[in-house]
Design a protein around this ligand. Structure first.
Ligand SMILES: NC(=O)c1ccc[n+]([C@@H]2O[C@H](COP(=O)([O-])OP(=O)(O)OC[C@H]3O[C@@H](n4cnc5c(N)ncnc54)[C@H](O)[C@@H]3O)[C@@H](O)[C@H]2O)c1
Length: 344
């Protein structure tokens, strides 16, 4: 399948590796700063020799004729680029967040349906092996009735991170600890609970970093079934014991995934479990992968290829991306108005 990538920045190596692992034919790359491609994709220089680099993605769509395009540019550009790719008849993988505004996400969803193309949002943590195990436990009802769900994203981002590019931490193009770093975990809570919350109340602040958006935020959530949840999202956890923890507890069991990005089983207890199950789970899912991403991009690409070949839906489709975005935007609104947000 003919494949192109828009945006050859920090996350682009994950996309190129995923494209290679899934046997895609890379027919074009696009970046407005050619040096970024040289720097970030040097590891694949041999494989990418002869692949044209475009400064204008629309020209790339015309000349390189991709069937699948991945968009890994600053978040505020995702919507316009995705809509152009879909209009050109391409399947798309859009880095997270799917867009910055719900109206744009809705346009992407509708355009994808109208053109009959696959639209996926790159929330790859769903493919972490420990997360898949957690989801299976939810699906077969091992938690009983879920009572509580929490996400803690306690990361440190230094001045160097925000200085890497002018778009970071801006309202128009990025967002803060919730929109950028925590949207993966927010998506996981939606997935585990089977829906986004019914209501939420949030607080946010910018305490340390010289950015427009929040570097710390918390939220209290209430779900349809009465379960309560909480979010704690920060990039101010100095000096950087990076932790992303997801905990679910119910009437028949509880589980906690931790580590840098929910890769590590820390707690695994159910009424119906074998005596050694928790020890086995902690052994099998006991360490962080070498990279915070694990193999998530590659597995998400495999799922998108499956959806394209089967004429089906990817696991993280536009609707799922929009659901995660809607929780972040609801938290922003609640924090700004000082009032609870009720989903319609
Ligand atoms: N899924 C994940 O875990 C994950 C991880 C990191 C970043 N991201 C997302 O990926 C996106 C990119 O993040 P990054 O850290 O790679 O940023 P980055 O700033 O390192 O890279 C963005 C690249 O896009 C290029 N670009 C900007 N405008 C462009 C245009 N009009 N046409 C073509 N190229 C253009 C820039 O020159 C730059 O090389 C963001 O949306 C971010 O939220 C996702």
């Amino acid at each position: 399948m003919r494949y192109c990538l828009i945006g050859c920045g920090r996350v682009s190596p994950e996309h190129i590796r995923a494209a290679q692992k899934n046997g895609l034919e890379i027919t074009g790359l696009c970046d407005t700063v050619p040096a970024n491609k040289e720097e970030n994709l040097a590891f694949a220089a041999d494989a990418l020799r002869g692949v044209p680099l475009f400064a204008d993605y629309r020209q790339m769509l015309r000349n390189a004729r991709p069937e699948l395009v991945a968009i890994a540019t600053p978040s505020g550009y995702h919507a316009e680029m995705a809509l152009d790719c879909i209009e050109a008849g391409c399947h798309v993988i859009i880095e997270k967040p799917i867009a910055m505004h719900l109206t744009d996400a809705q346009k992407i969803l509708e355009a994808g349906r109208r053109k009959g193309v696959v639209v996926a949002n790159n929330l790859q943590n769903r493919f972490n092996p420990a997360v898949q195990m957690l989801r299976r436990a939810v699906e077969v009802g091992r938690f009983g009735r879920i009572l509580s769900a929490t996400l803690h994203l306690r990361w440190w981002r230094g001045a160097g991170y925000y200085a890497q590019a002018a778009w970071r931490g801006t309202k128009a193009l990025d967002g803060g600890a919730m929109m950028n770093q925590s949207i993966h975990g927010i998506d996981l809570l939606n997935w585990m609970l089977g829906s986004r919350p019914k209501t939420l109340t949030a607080l946010k602040s910018t305490l340390v970093h010289p950015i427009e958006c929040e570097d710390i935020a918390i939220a209290a959530l209430r779900y349809d079934n009465g379960a309560l949840g909480s979010l704690e999202c920060m990039t101010v956890m100095y000096p950087g014991a990076q932790e992303e923890t997801l905990q679910i507890s119910g009437t028949k069991g509880c589980a906690r995934l931790g580590g840098t990005a929910g890769h590590v089983v820390e707690l695994w207890r159910f009424d119906d479990m074998e005596a050694d199950e928790e020890a086995l789970m902690r052994e099998r899912y006991g360490a962080n992968p070498a990279s915070v991403y694990g193999h998530g991009h590659s597995l998400l690409y495999a799922d998108v290829c499956r959806a394209i070949h089967e004429d089906g839906q990817p696991l993280v489709d536009a609707q799922e991306g929009m659901n995660a975005l809607s929780v972040v935007l609801a938290a922003y609104e609640s924090a700004e108005t000082g009032k609870p947000y009720m989903f319609a």
